[in-house]
Design a protein around this ligand. Structure first.
Ligand SMILES: Cc1cc2nc3c(=O)[nH]c(=O)nc-3n(C[C@H](O)[C@H](O)[C@H](O)COP(=O)(O)O)c2cc1C
Length: 231
C-alpha cells in the first residue's frame, strides 16, 4: 500500500504533520499484533470454558494476560486459578473466530458487544477437541501445537477497571514434536508460527529476518545434543 494514502485522515480526525510526516489519529483499538491464545478455565459446575485472548505475553515462566473483567474467563480465574494457555497455529484462525461471539457467562453481561451469546460447550462450538492436562484441571486443546499448563497466582484490576491483569505461572509445557528441534528442548522458530492478531485481523509469521544474539536454538537440523532446558 502507498504510505501516502495514510496521510488522508478519516473524517473527524486531526492530521498534524511533524518533521517525520506522521499524522495524529485516534484508533478505536490498540491491538498492535500479539499472538492469539485459547484459555481453558474451569466453570463453577466443573465444566470448562474456552476463550480467545490476544493480550498475552511472557516474562520468563510467567504469562501476563489481560481479560475483560465481566467475562467468564476472568470470573473463573478469580475463583479457580488453574488454566491452560493453548497457542493455535495460523491455519486455525477460523476455529478461533467461531469462538469470538461466544461467552461462557450466563446471563450475558451488558458490557459484551452486540450479538454476543452464551455457549456452555465452546470446544464443540469451535470444532476443537479437549485432552486432559497433567497438573491442572482444565483440559488442553488437542489441535494447538503449543499448550502451557499454568496457575493464575495474581488476578487484579487494571488501571481502567474494565479489565483484569492475570499473572499465570507456567507449570508444564507441551509441544507438538514437529515444532521441537529433535533431541532438544528448543522450539524450532522456523517450524512454529503463532497466530497473530493484528488490529483485529489474523496473520501468521513471514520469513525469518534474523535472530537475537541470545538465541540458543541450534542452526541446522540435528546438530544439537539433548541437554537441560536452557535459561
Ligand atoms: C482473536 C481474539 C482476541 C481477543 N483478545 C481478547 C483479550 O486479549 N482480552 C479479552 O478480554 N478478550 C479478548 N477477546 C474477546 C473475548 O474472546 C470475548 O470477550 C469472549 O466473549 C470471552 O469469553 P468468556 O466471557 O467466556 O471468557 C478476543 C477475541 C478474539 C476473537
Amino acid at each position: 500500500m502507498n504510505i501516502a494514502q495514510h496521510d488522508i485522515p478519516p473524517s473527524g480526525t486531526v492530521a498534524e504533520h511533524g518533521p517525520t510526516g506522521h499524522v495524529t489519529i485516534e484508533p478505536s483499538i490498540l491491538y498492535f499484533g500479539t499472538p492469539v491464545v485459547l484459555l481453558s478455565t474451569e466453570n463453577r459446575d466443573g465444566s470448562f470454558n474456552l476463550a480467545p485472548i490476544s493480550s498475552a505475553w511472557a516474562l520468563g515462566r510467567v504469562v501476563v494476560l489481560g481479560l475483560g473483567a465481566d467475562g467468564q474467563s476472568a470470573h473463573n480465574l478469580a475463583h479457580r486459578p488453574e488454566l491452560v494457555i493453548n497457542l493455535p497455529a495460523p491455519d486455525q484462525w477460523r476455529a478461533v473466530e467461531r469462538l469470538a461471539p461466544l461467552t461462557g457467562r450466563h446471563p450475558v453481561p451488558a458490557s459484551k458487544p452486540p450479538g454476543c451469546r452464551f455457549e456452555p460447550d465452546k470446544f464443540a462450538a469451535a470444532g476443537l477437541r479437549a485432552e486432559p492436562s497433567h497438573l491442572v484441571r482444565p483440559p488442553r486443546v488437542v489441535e494447538c501445537p503449543l499448550q502451557l499448563e499454568a496457575r493464575a497466582d495474581q488476578v487484579r484490576p487494571d488501571a481502567s477497571g474494565d479489565f483484569v491483569v492475570v499473572e499465570a505461572v507456567v507449570r508444564r509445557v507441551h509441544a507438538d514434536p514437529r515444532i521441537v528441534v529433535p533431541g532438544t528442548h528448543h522450539i524450532d522458530p522456523a517450524a512454529w508460527s503463532p497466530l497473530v492478531y493484528n488490529f483485529r485481523h489474523y496473520f501468521g509469521l513471514g520469513p525469518e529476518l534474523g535472530h537475537s544474539h541470545r538465541s540458543q536454538t541450534p542452526r541446522g537440523a540435528g546438530d544439537a545434543a539433548p541437554g537441560p532446558v536452557p535459561r
